[in-house]
Design a protein around this ligand. Sequence first.
Ligand SMILES: [Zn+2]
Ligand SMILES: [Zn+2]
Length: 82
Amino acid sequence: MAQVERCSVCTGNGYISCPICNGKGKIRKDTDFLSNNVFKVGGDVERCQTCQGTGKLLCKICNGAGKILVEKPSSTGFRPFS
Ligand SMILES: [Zn+2]
Ligand SMILES: [Zn+2]
């Protein structure tokens, strides 16, 4: 029988923290160089393209629903769907 369970990947949120920007929605371009090849200390902060600046990514496991349908093997053998 199938049972609805909370998605363990996103812990029921339906989204996961973006691994590119660590959920901040912004990334720092530490390796940026100016046109005259002087290293830019600190770098630019720009919006994370992966999560569009939200810091969140849709959970691919549950498709953002936060819950998944789990097939539970019946210990009592075959039973008609109730
Ligand atoms: Zn991101
Ligand atoms: Zn999920």
